[in-house]
Write a protein that binds this ligand. Structure first.
Ligand SMILES: Cc1cc2nc3c(=O)[nH]c(=O)nc-3n(C[C@H](O)[C@H](O)[C@H](O)COP(=O)(O)OP(=O)(O)OC[C@H]3O[C@@H](n4cnc5c(N)ncnc54)[C@H](O)[C@@H]3O)c2cc1C
Length: 180
């Protein structure tokens, strides 16, 4: 999973309160699962652009070294569950390739693709909306993957506008040495 800041607006002349309304940041989230992106797109104050499974043919990009799915750590840690999971993913990938080879369009073949499928998504929010997102998704009640994404986003936002995000960092990332 990669969290990359693509752009931001954080004018130094604005107060913390003004920055909440006028500051904004755009991130590329690469290599997260569709399970995580489904949760992300519930945030209605954000703008999104997501890689489309209608246009990307997974049977063409499948090759050694390229991960097409995300494996939850709880599954990866147990050899028995890891093997079962990998087997199921392999079966789905093969069936997807077979449907494509039989002339089924990507928009229909993708019905076989699991929540574990990796995706890329670009997300933009103003700082006020990012604060709300971090409150919900850095919390220990949040699912592990979106929580990892949210924590990484919070670290970056804190570097951009410490006054706006300090209270969230103190609460969710206490004691963590953050780069200046
Ligand atoms: C731990 C956790 C578990 C969850 N479990 C489930 C689940 O089981 N099932 C499920 O369906 N969802 C679930 N969700 C998703 C949740 O219900 C919200 O859809 C999601 O967190 C987005 O939150 P939000 O609506 O507050 O944020 P945003 O959509 O980012 O909106 C931010 C705030 O803006 C305001 N706002 C935005 N749009 C409007 C509007 N149209 N009208 C009025 N006010 C608006 C609201 O005050 C809102 O809180 C879960 C979320 C979390 C964090």
């Amino acid at each position: 999973m990669r969290v990359l800041l693509l752009g931001s607006l954080a004018p130094a002349s604005l107060s913390a309160e003004e920055l909440q309304q006028h500051g904004a940041a755009t991130f590329l989230l690469d290599g997260i699962s569709r399970a995580a992106s489904h949760q992300l797109v519930r945030h209605r104050l954000a703008s999104f652009s997501q890689e489309s499974q209608r246009y990307v043919d997974l049977s063409k990009i499948a090759q050694p070294g390229i991960e097409l799915t995300v494996t939850p750590p709880a599954i990866a840690q147990n050899p028995e569950t890891r093997v079962r999971f990998e087997q199921a993913m392999h079966d789905l990938e093969r069936a997807y390739g077979e449907l494509r080879a039989l002339g089924i369009r990507k928009e229909d073949s993708r019905f076989l693709l699991p929540n574990a499928s990796v995706t890329r998504i670009v997300v933009t929010m103003d700082f006020s909306a990012w604060r709300h997102f971090c409150w919900l998704r850095c919390d220990k009640a949040a699912q592990w993957e979106i929580r990892q994404v949210a924590e990484e986003i919070l670290r970056t936002l804190h570097r951009l506008a410490p006054a706006v995000f300090q209270d969230l960092v103190d609460y969710f990332l206490p004691g963590e040495p953050l780069p200046a």
